[in-house]
Design a binder for this molecule. Sequence first.
Ligand code: TAP
Length: 495
Amino acid sequence: MAKRSNGTSEYLENIPDIKFTNLFINGEFVDSISGKTFETVDPRTGEVITLVAEGDKEDVDLAVKAARKAFDHGTWPRMSGFERGRIMNKFADLIDQNLEELAALDTIDGGKLFSLGKESDIPSASRMLRYYAGAADKIHGETLKLSMEFQGYTLLEPVGVVGLIIPWNFPSLMFFIKAAPALAAGCTMVLKPAEQTPLSALFYAHLAKQAGIPDGVLNVINGFGSTAGAAISSHMDIDKVSFTGSTEVGRLIMQAAATSNLKQVSLELGGKSPLIIFDDADVDKAVELALLAVLYNKGEICCAGSRVYVQEGIYEEFEKKIAEKAKSWVVGDPFDPHVQQGPQVDKDQFEKILYYIEQGKKEGGTLLTGGKALNKKGYYIEPTIFTDVKEEMLVVSDEIFGPVMSLMKFKTVEEAIERANNTKYGLAAGIVTKDLNVANTVSRSIRAGTIWINCYFALDRGCPFGGYKMSGFGKDKGMKALYKFLQVKSVVTPI
Ligand code: TAP
């Protein structure tokens, strides 16, 4: 990797040259029609990394036209599933070959740990492709026994042109959580990365072309949600939108789909997930798990366990131990291999988190640890734990999307269930106990899409993931996600 001349990090050797900054339409990198660009910023310093082409409605129209042509007349939906899978595997090989550069792009663009990018995000992205590559030639309908005079069968057909709108917290993984099943199904697509993290998405567009994905199948439009994003969700020629992001924007996307062409919508939205720790837990292990649950990826993760309920018998010991551990948590440059938490993604997110911390203090919460920004350049925030908080306080009810935990005490299993469910969200929950009956009762009683028992963030490409309640609908990952990009056609003939 080459050094970037204006880099300010001491880890200059890790910083890649930025090769791709344009829109990717019909297999080519092109300027936006307006010629406009926007800045993408390094959250370690607040400095501009580069300018990126800013796509708008006209650019989305061009990309949809290319995707439509590739779907209606191109080879991708018509080739064998085996051949699609072969090309997707080649795409995955290319990702593996460029692992360090891709991880570095997500680190400078999103403040993500470089070490985790290399060990987890980028390898998971290529494995996501391989998982769905393996499914591409196993898409079958059913034969149907009908009434006396008829027989029938079903065909599973790709939905068509799909719009994929993704957030900034996992730029690489999110790209493939959406694009990999859509590719396997035979769809063509227009993907909009978040404005904060367009760089790895453009690199993936380049690798897609190298792998042999035909022109027009995968288009990438950088830009803002209110313009490029809205143009996708209201487009008359897009058949489905798969969205990951906030509940507020999810609502806008459903509205746009309803008032345009009634396109299908799937939404992976926010969360405020509970982690419930019972008296029989190993306290040291539970402390480790609780810290991971809220601090992983600097708390910028939809299923963060940000409401931690600890049963009264172990509460005091737990509180003492988690305070010690949180104070020794290392926050700093995400290229430093010793660092556990990098900067928040941008100034807005940084200020939003600090606002919630202030609200927590005003509402009567006690700061057990943290509570402020680090005294240095960049968007760094101390791991923050509040005690003396209740569900009705903003710090407990709202998704903060930062390194902020609300720590609370409970008495009984019933109380834990009731308080855990006292939220508009339903993305995930964690339970720590050795008692199988308690684990079973609680996991069945919590209204959330994923329950982790004696673990947290045990996310796997084969395991469906998505919300209940206002955390959305329509699963990502697993075979469920493949079927989101397929539709059923029934064919009936007389016998
Ligand atoms: P959002 O503001 O919702 O942005 C997500 C994406 O939607 C971005 O690409 C954004 O564009 C775009 N967007 C914004 N306004 C839009 C509009 N009117 N029409 C169409 N697209 C629009 O969320 P965020 O701040 O990026 O991410 C944080 C949120 O995402 C959190 O609430 C978090 O819980 C949620 N999230 C959920 C999950 C899952 S799996 N459920 C995973 C990750 C994140 P720009 O940002 O580029 O303007």
